[in-house]
Write a protein that binds this ligand. Structure first.
Ligand code: HEM
Ligand SMILES: CC(C)=CCC/C(C)=C/CC/C(C)=C/COP(=O)(O)OP(=O)(O)O
Length: 302
């Protein structure tokens, strides 16, 4: 998208809060938490200061990718009610500055991670940023209703990055965490897309409910919920987690399937069940990763 496509603005009101908003702090806080859990579960002992710097680098990289996404998607954000007051469409930050800010922080985060941990982690971080910005934002988002299924790989990689930062490896266990987030992303996002469908229609973004309709989206949400609930308990069966995790993940998985069932059974246009599922999806992912973390911390004391 070119700068000329955006309305001319008087860019004199930008403050630190606007640059912070470019980092998508609310979404990225959970992303950073999953990376932290990946670090906590990995074997190996990285110096605590280097571990803290590594987590900071991942956080900066995640935020930077959000800024680059907002730079590229400024035209879409300007027509969606949910995003119209973001720093670029509201005219507080020029697009070129958001690009420079996101680009600079991306490079900084990858170099910082290479210095603090290892090249595998830095390479994975660079790939994650590339995947979200180039593969998802610049390509898939505007071209296919499978955009967030494939693009979801970017959001699923942070625990693998964290694991690699701590241990220099990316074994099966790290990829199980990846798989859980990967399978979680479609029901997480499509629940929201069901009640924000008008936004995406106006913006011409081919999200699933826009292209295939509500009924098909609801069925797909339910199918993903079943596979997600099954994969959510997988860490127990590969000896990565214990009975506490098994209980938490089984309960959370059952709730996820129940709420997705309500979405499936909802009437055309009924938004309540989808709103509940979207809210719960965040609690689900947080709860699952928190349970893994609690078990890991408890293992130091028991
Ligand atoms: C391609 C993948 C994803 C897509 C398309 C997506 C999409 C969205 C959208 C559109 C929102 C609403 C944001 C807003 O209100 O402005 C949202 C909220 C949220 N997402 Fe995702 N998401 C994805 C992956 C993730 C991942 C991987 C995580 C964390 C691990 C995550 C965590 C959250 C959280 C915590 C919120 C709530 C933010 C708030 O309360 O403002 N999302 N997501
Ligand atoms: C370490 C690292 C680089 C992490 C990145 C993780 C990542 C890719 C998270 C994606 C989450 C997200 C904000 C998706 C929004 O999709 P959207 O851009 O279509 O949503 P929008 O309409 O709110 O902009």
């Amino acid at each position: 998208m070119s700068d000329t496509a955006m309305p001319q603005q008087a860019y004199d009101l930008a403050g630190p809060k606007d640059y912070f908003a470019l980092l998508k702090p609310r979404v990225m806080s959970l992303v950073i938490f999953t990376a932290f859990v990946g670090m906590a579960l990995a074997p190996g002992a990285l110096n605590p200061v280097l571990a803290a710097v590594s987590l900071l680098a991942i956080a900066v990289g995640a935020g930077a990718s959000g800024a680059l996404n907002m730079w590229w998607d400024a035209d879409i954000d300007a027509v969606m009610a949910r995003t119209v007051s973001r720093p670029i469409p509201s005219g507080r930050v020029p697009r070129s500055e958001a690009a420079a800010f996101g680009g600079f922080l991306s490079l900084l985060s990858v170099f910082l991670l290479a210095l603090a941990s290892n090249y595998l982690a830095a390479g994975l971080l660079a790939f994650t940023i590339f995947f979200y910005v180039v593969i998802y934002s610049m390509w898939l988002k505007r071209s296919t209703p499978q955009n967030i299924v494939i693009g979801g790989a970017a959001g699923a990689l942070p625990p693998v990055v964290g694991w690699a930062a701590m241990s220099g490896t990316a074994p099966l266990e790290a990829w199980v965490l990846f798989a859980i987030i990967f399978l979680w992303t479609p029901p997480h996002f499509w629940a929201l897309a069901l009640y924000k469908r008008g936004d995406y229609e106006r913006a011409g973004v081919p999200m699933m409910p826009v292209v295939k309709g509500e009924a098909s989206t609801r069925k797909q949400i339910f199918a993903y919920a079943l596979i997600l609930a099954a994969s959510g308990v997988a860490p127990f069966f590969i000896d990565m987690a214990g009975l506490f995790y098994l209980s938490v993940s089984a309960v959370l998985g059952a709730c996820f399937v129940w709420l997705s069932w309500k979405v499936l059974r909802a009437d055309e246009g009924e938004q309540g069940p989808a709103k509940k599922l979207f809210g719960f999806s965040i609690l689900y992912l947080f709860g699952l990763f928190a349970a893994l973390l609690v078990e890991r911390l408890a293992s130091f004391y028991v």
